[in-house]
Design a binder for this molecule. Sequence first.
Ligand SMILES: C[S@@+](CC[C@H](N)C(=O)[O-])C[C@H]1O[C@@H](n2cnc3c(N)ncnc32)[C@H](O)[C@@H]1O
Ligand code: SF4
Length: 378
Amino acid sequence: MAGIYIHIPFCKKICSYCDFYKIILPGDYSSFIDALISEAEMRKSYIAGESVSTIYFGGGTPSVLPLKETGRILDRLSDLFEIENNCEITIELNPDDIDPSYLKGIKKLNFNRVSLGIQSWRDKDLLLLNRRHNAEQAGKALTDTFNAGFENVTIDLIYGIPGMSSTDWIANLEKTFSFDIKHLSAYHLTIEPDTVFGKMKKKGTLTEIDEEESANQFNILIDKAEKAGFIQYEISNFGKEGYFSRHNTSYWKQINYLGLGPSAHSFNNYSRQWNVKNVTKYINSIRNNKPFFEGEELSIKTRFNEYIMTSLRTMWGIDLEFIEKAFEKEGYDYIINTAGKFKDYGLIKQENKNLILTNQGKMISDNIISEFMMPGEK
Ligand SMILES: C[S@@+](CC[C@H](N)C(=O)[O-])C[C@H]1O[C@@H](n2cnc3c(N)ncnc32)[C@H](O)[C@@H]1O
Ligand code: SF4
């Protein structure tokens, strides 16, 4: 069982907050698709012998590609890999790219999960974020998605946006839950240095919301999502029963995956690899029959730290039985000792053989996780 991630690094416009690898959509992308397909051919042995249970088209903006090109990638993946019958096949869509005919097309290509980047239902936020769509277009895109017959639909929202109050955030969530979505990814805005927001912050023209307001909005999110029947299975991810993202869950559960395209990561429990973040270098090196990636063999300490980093953010937490099996007594004792003080403060709870963040703990998850890192790898 393995996953495949495809990175489509093109956007029509760059959002003020976004630090993902992307460039403005070039006139000719067929050479990129050729390279992507060649990369799949060259690197398929990375997940050799495993059937593929999830495929995820992310970006950048996969919905800027014509259906023909998206279909070309999927067709080649089916030739190269054993795709499971009930494979979860997700595509990220930007609301202003899609119409009923495009949606019909991706349904025909066998995508069975759609992720819409709505971000906010307030035009004021969308303008500040430099999104291409407005709230009305977002609503239409979501309705069109349901009308096209997709039922496994997730949307992305951002909270903690400068100028967004708790009342605004509540209204955003109420609007969200008025649709029959099955999943929500809601991220607190992070201001990354190499973005327009990063530069505005440095110049003093953008002020982050204060910590108390941040915490308030996070609590509102947890409360509203729960009341709407969603389970918070990861800090930023909420799903109805049976609709957790299988692809993302596989990252958190150490399932192998192959990442194709510039900046994509791959992982097979023994090594981690990451592709060059440059489309031209990516295409040229593939043309020379040599994928351009760096990588590292994972030491036991790195594997331990990666397990903590991913598992503690989920509702399943740290599995002590797994720790004992994979990292022996030393790893087990280290976890128990570190967890002690967090349990005393009510930041971590133990349920059977699992250590899980409490709601209070989730608010400072990054600090708690860094305390669990084995020394030398912080
Ligand atoms: C790869 S990105 C975008 C996918 C798609 N191109 C779109 O714009 O909707 C995936 C999601 O990460 C979130 N995101 C990206 N940068 C962020 C940031 N700096 N702070 C918070 N959320 C962010 C956004 O919600 C975004 O939809
Ligand atoms: S958020 Fe999406 S559309 Fe905006 S720049 Fe990033 S990848 Fe492109």
